[in-house]
Design a protein around this ligand. Structure first.
Ligand code: ZN
Length: 397
């Protein structure tokens, strides 16, 4: 099922076009903020129109953005934006055209709410979601300490969460050193002792996928982590094919989740170009889950690509990528994509019980410890049998 036409996204996109046509940095910023506010609304814009035809007050929306909204509601397009672009230099118009291609399959908040409510969708129900497996604390670039995130997860009704601060290879995101990681683990142990079984914080990391498809931390270092999310943070604007890099990433020992696989960004970055079906097949073989990152400006992968991942036999992870407790709600955006894609609930690792998740996670760590650096066994091994059984499981569910 495709997502229904979405006035909110159309208006937000036009406001981004209008931002691009501004010469003043302040006006550009104002339209971008207005676009973000519209994308965030929980209801379709049609419901904000009063009986006299005026628009109900929306925070961060000024008079000129209001005019664009009313034009779109009346005519399906905006004469204001058309005129602004017509007066713009050719270079600006080309830039706008390029950015339009970087908005495909993004959902507005209103569409997310609709997808979560829609009883005809087959994907995972919000009530089945037991824990979020990508979030950042003050140990790297997050804004609040681990306990604030964990308490917020608990109050959202979760059973577990994984703290996945950036690894040391990504200094721009204040990647956490191995020494700090050991201190962080002591903090997590103390938090878990306090939760006394009511809730469990998992020791995770968001490792950086380097240009050659290897990770920025060693295999032995990864063996001590319960959730290793491997994500790309470079070459995200390259038009070159990066299939080999991404296949290599999912085949690195100890990886559990391929995080925000494309690295795209709403209206500003296309993300990685790759044969995703091939990447997903490799991920399914390696038993690596593909993430739907719920950050509203990422939405990576989206519902359309999620269907390809499901057909390839992949497990799916639905994560917020929160950098503050208030952003944990981004997991709902990931859930909405999974529902639109019809991802079977059993394939979503965030619906698993804590015991099942830990067993799945620990098997990978044990494999690192027992095989050292050898990623595959030479003969008719357990690993190959595992792969065969995973393929048949993939075909069933
Ligand atoms: Zn990341």
């Amino acid at each position: 099922m495709a997502a229904a036409p979405d006035t909110n996204r159309l208006v937000a996109s036009l406001l981004r076009d209008l931002a691009a046509a501004q010469t003043s940095e302040q006006r550009r910023w104002g339209y971008k903020r207005a676009a973000a506010a519209i994308l965030d609304l929980p209801e379709p814009l049609e419901r904000y129109v009063e009986s006299d035809g005026s628009l109900r007050k929306i925070p961060n929306i000024g008079p000129s953005s209001t005019r664009v909204i009313l034009e779109v509601l009346r005519t399906g397009r905006s004469a204001t934006v058309d005129a602004a672009l017509a007066e713009s230099p050719t270079r600006t118009r080309a830039d706008v055209d390029r950015r339009r291609a970087w908005r495909s399959n993004f959902l507005s908040g209103a569409q997310v709410a609709a997808a979560l409510r829609d009883p005809t969708l087959r994907g995972p129900r919000p009530s089945a979601y037991r824990g979020d497996l990508q979030m950042h604390s003050t140990w790297s670039d997050g804004r609040e300490p681990i306990v604030a995130l964990a308490d917020a997860c608990l109050s959202r009704g979760y059973r577990y969460c994984a703290i996945t601060d950036h690894s040391y290879g990504l200094p721009i995101a204040h990647g956490v050193s191995m020494e700090d990681l050991r201190r962080q683990h002591a903090e997590i142990d103390a938090a878990n002792a306090r939760y006394a079984g009511r809730f469990r914080v998992l020791k995770g990391i968001e490792a950086n996928i380097r240009a050659d498809g290897t990770l920025d931390m060693t295999e032995v270092e990864r063996a001590d982590l319960e959730i290793v999310v491997a994500s790309p943070h470079s070459a995200l604007r390259s038009a070159a094919d990066q299939t080999a890099r991404m296949i290599s990433a999912v085949q690195q020992p100890g990886v559990h989740i391929l995080g925000h696989p494309r690295g795209r960004m709403f209206s500003s970055r296309p993300g990685i170009q790759a044969d995703w079906e091939a990447v997903f097949r490799a991920a399914a073989d390696a038993d690596v889950a593909i993430e739907i990152d719920g950050d509203p400006s990422r939405q990576d992968i989206d519902f359309e690509l999620a269907r390809v991942a499901v057909r390839a036999g992949c497990l799916i992870a639905l994560d917020s990528d929160a950098h503050a407790p208030g952003e944990l709600a981004y997991a709902e955006i990931a859930l909405a994509h999974a529902r639109l894609a019809g991802v079977p609930s059993s394939r979503v690792i965030n619906t698993w019980s804590l015991d099942r998740l830990l067993a799945w996670s620990a098997a990978r760590q044990a494999a690192i410890r027992s095989t050292g650096s050898a990623p595959s066994a030479p003969d008719g091994s357990d690993r190959q049998r595992d792969r065969a059984s995973r393929r048949s499981r993939g075909a069933r569910s």
